[in-house]
Structures are given as structure tokens and as C-alpha cells.
Design a protein around this ligand. Structure first.
Ligand code: HAM
Length: 417
């Protein structure tokens, strides 16, 4: 029997209902903040990710679904959506007038990763990108939106972990201090870190190896080596978050796994996901638009893993709300046509209703209703047709009653299963 490809799953039932609820909440909250949706293709040219996420990142190095298409193009199934949104915004000249431009997206991403809890090879992200404003206030606006989104979903005890990764101008000072620190204890770091200290020293801070994390004790901190403007920016953001009541903590080892960040970087971790699993992450990327060939436009954004968020919600809130439809069972040929007509009236009135169209015995239909978890069954046979009624069976209690057909819509709308 054919199976889905490893790391890629089918979504249906209770889990998909959480996805849908999350997506609806996102659209409502983001719409309120003036963000508009953008949808970009799943396939992008390889260069888009090499030049943004970065050649030294794990994503570009070893996790991309990359292939040559029939026309000989090197393409990638997007591992994230920020680069694609930037590519699209440049291509369609959406960032020309120095106006703030606000986008959100909901879509699949692909990374060839090792499977763990909440980690898949095809996963979903909901993200928001805000272009054109370099102020800490624009970050506060975006984080407030994120905070409302998570709060409206019912998540309350999340803490934002923040850091500043500085700018290309301020980084050499940090790199020098950090390389000197590393050299003093080089033998305690893993092979990967020895490579990272040459190519991208910030990545050492983020090594998953426990021995390396222990060796980092007392390491030089990026925020002590910031240029003046970046330091002011970072301080102001902390004031804003405090004033707005957004719970945060500073994490000097937070550097993120993608290369495009400048100044603010942040993540939210959830203990429900096991160690080291971030529910979301993001930050400022003021140089990326220009770097990908666009105008000099600053930007800030984040993306949340939808699969992980659905999993946390399931743990915190249980099953997603699922209004089960009622089931209308016609008995006999004449009743079948009348049932179609009645169902149409009910559907048009907004009632959720499934229609049994197989014909045949009541017993078979009732067995299916039980298996499908249907709570309210409406039976329309010859007797009911004569009397203008429906026999209604409440499955949970086994109670049975008779309703006038004319009251079916209002009574179904009022029921609570
Ligand atoms: P990221 O940290 O690579 O950032 O991914 C963001 C979120 O996507 C993660 O926190 C996680 O919830 C989810 N995620 C990542 N990989 C997987 C996976 N294999 N399975 C399930 N969920 C996963 C970015 O992608 C940036 N584009 C975020 C951003 C937007 N920065 C600025 N704007």
C-alpha cells in the first residue's frame, strides 16, 4: 500500500480543525492591523535562498529540496517564505514609494530535516512581514499583533526571548572578542563549531551540542559590542515591550539559523514541544531587500510553525471545536425527493446537515450515523410526509420526538451538540 512520503503528512479531522481555527484567527487579527495576504510560489530559484537564508546556514547547506527542472533551472521547494516575499515585492515593485507595506502569508514549507516531535519535512508557517520602517516601534506593532494572535488562540504563558545581533558594521568588534574567547578553550568545542568560528562565529552560540553550550559559559555578549544606534534601538524596544506588557527575556545566545537578520532577533519557545523547539521566530532584516536587488528598504517579520501551534493548542485546549452536522435520513423513494428539497431549504438557511442518499434500510443509516459521531438524526418516512413532521432522534440520550417540518431550521439552529 502506498504511504505518504516520510516527513509529509495528510491533514484531516481534529488536527485540521485546529489548523482552520488558527488560520481564521490569523486572518482576523492580521487584517485588523492592516496586513494584506500574499501568496508566492512554492518553487523559487536556488539563488533566492542562497543569497538570503545564507550558504553557511543548515537550511541551505543540507536541508533544501533542490532539483533541476526539465528546463535546466536550479529550483528549490521553499524552506521558508521571507525570501520569496522579498523576491515578489521587488519583482512587482511594491516597495518603491517608501510607504510601509504589510504582508502576511499562510503556506507549506519544505526542509529535509531529521524527524522529531513537531518537526516535519513538509510543514506550515504563518508569517507576517513589515517593510519600510526601521523603528523599534514598528517591531512593537508587529509583536503586539503576534501577542494578540496567540492570546486570542488561548495561549497565555509564552515568553518572548529577544536579542540583538547587531549590524555588519558592529559585528567585527564582537567577532574579534568572541574569537579570542574561543581560542582560549578551542578544544572544548565540537568540529562544527571550529568550522563556524571561521565562517560565521555567531552560529557557535547556537550550537545544539551540550558540551559546546557549557564551554560558552562567560562568553562575550553581542549587545556589549553594538554600535551606538543599534544599542539605542535595542534599549528602546525593551522599554516598549515593558510598557506594553509583552513578557520577554533577553537571551544573549539567540542568533537564529538564518543569515539575514540585523539588530532584533527573537523566538518564542514552548515547553510542550520538548527541548529546543521554537514555536516561532523572526527579527529585523534591513539589508535583505537591497541585497536581493531591490531598493534600500528596512524590514521586520516573523513566522510561526502552524503544525507546532496546532499541537500546542491540542495539548492546552483539547479537541478543536467541531459542530457536528445533523443527518437527514429519508425512507423510501417519495421521501428521498422530499428530503432533497427539505435539505436544500435547510442548507440555504445556513443549517449544517448531511443527507443520507444511499437509500435502503434505516438500520444501516443509523449505524453509520453512530460511527460518524452524529448527534441529531432526522427521519423522514411516509408517515412523517403525511403529517408534515420529522422524527428526531437525539443520539446521546436515545430520546425521540416529533418536530413540525416548518420548525426544523430554527430548532436545528438552536441545538447544541
Ligand atoms: P525559522 O525559525 O526557520 O524562521 O522558522 C519559523 C518557525 O517555523 C519555527 O519556529 C518553527 O515553528 C517552524 N518550523 C521550522 N522548521 C520546521 C519543521 N521542520 N517542522 C515544523 N515546523 C518548523 C523562518 O522561517 C523565518 N522566515 C522567519 C522570519 C520571517 N523572519 C523574518 N520574517
Amino acid at each position: 500500500m502506498a504511504q505518504s512520503v516520510k516527513g509529509m503528512r495528510d491533514l484531516f479531522g481534529a488536527e485540521l480543525r485546529w489548523f482552520q481555527h488558527i488560520e481564521e484567527t490569523a486572518r482576523r487579527v492580521f487584517g485588523r492591523h492592516g496586513y494584506g495576504e500574499i501568496r508566492t510560489p512554492i518553487l523559487e530559484e536556488l539563488d533566492v535562498f542562497k543569497r538570503s537564508v545564507g550558504e553557511s546556514s543548515d537550511i541551505v547547506n543540507k536541508e533544501m529540496y533542490q532539483f533541476t527542472d526539465k528546463g535546466g533551472r536550479e529550483v528549490v521547494m521553499r524552506p521558508e517564505n521571507t525570501a520569496g516575499v522579498v523576491r515578489a515585492a521587488i519583482q512587482h515593485k511594491l516597495l518603491q514609494n517608501n510607504d510601509p507595506v504589510l504582508f502576511y502569508y499562510i503556506g507549506q514549507q519544505f526542509r529535509y530535516e531529521r524527524m522529531q516531535t513537531g518537526r516535519y519535512r513538509q510543514f506550515w508557517q504563518i508569517g507576517a512581514e513589515s517593510f519600510g520602517v526601521a523603528t523599534p516601534e514598528s517591531e512593537a506593532e508587529s509583536l503586539l499583533m503576534l501577542h494578540s494572535f496567540l492570546t486570542e488562540l488561548g495561549l497565555k504563558s509564552l515568553v518572548f526571548s529577544i536579542n540583538s545581533v547587531g549590524t555588519p558594521e558592529s559585528r567585527p568588534a564582537f567577532h574579534a572578542a568572541f574569537r579570542a574567547f574561543f581560542a582560549q578553550r578551542a578544544d572544548r568545542f565540537c568540529e562544527d563549531c571550529h568550522r563556524r568560528i571561521e565562517t560565521n562565529p555567531l552560529r557557535v552560540l547556537d550550537c545544539k551540542n551540550e558540551r559546546c553550550q557549557a564551554a560558552l559559559e562567560g562568553h562575550p555578549v553581542i549587545t556589549d559590542h553594538l554600535d551606538e544606534a543599534s544599542a539605542r534601538h535595542h534599549a528602546r524596544l525593551k522599554v516598549l515591550l515593558t510598557e506594553l506588557g509583552i513578557p520577554f527575556e533577553e537571551n544573549p545566545r539567540l542568533v537564529r539559523g538564518l543569515d539575514y537578520y540585523t539588530r532584533t532577533a527573537f523566538e518564542v519557545l514552548s515547553s510542550d514541544l520538548g527541548a529546543q523547539s521554537a514555536l516561532l521566530g523572526g527579527g529585523r532584516y534591513d539589508l535583505l531587500v537591497k541585497h536581493l536587488g531591490g531598493p534600500d528598504v528596512p524590514a521586520f517579520g516573523w513566522a510561526i510553525g502552524l503544525d507546532r501551534l496546532a499541537m500546542v493548542l491540542q495539548q492546552v485546549r483539547g479537541e478543536a471545536p467541531a459542530p457536528a452536522p445533523a443527518l437527514l435520513i429519508p425512507l423510501g423513494e417519495r421521501a428521498m425527493l422530499e428530503a432533497l428539497k427539505l435539505a436544500r431549504t435547510l442548507w440555504d438557511a445556513g443549517v449544517a446537515l448531511q443527507l443520507e442518499t444511499r437509500g435502503g434500510a434505516l438500520k444501516k443509516a443509523m449505524t453509520s450515523a453512530n460511527r460518524l459521531g452524529i448527534q441529531t438524526v432526522l427521519i423522514l418516512g411516509d408517515g412523517e410526509l403525511e403529517g408534515g413532521t420529522l422524527t428526531v432522534k437525539h443520539m446521546a440520550t436515545g430520546e425521540q420526538e416529533s418536530w413540525p417540518v416548518s420548525e426544523a431550521a430554527s430548532r436545528l439552529a438552536a441545538r447544541r451538540d
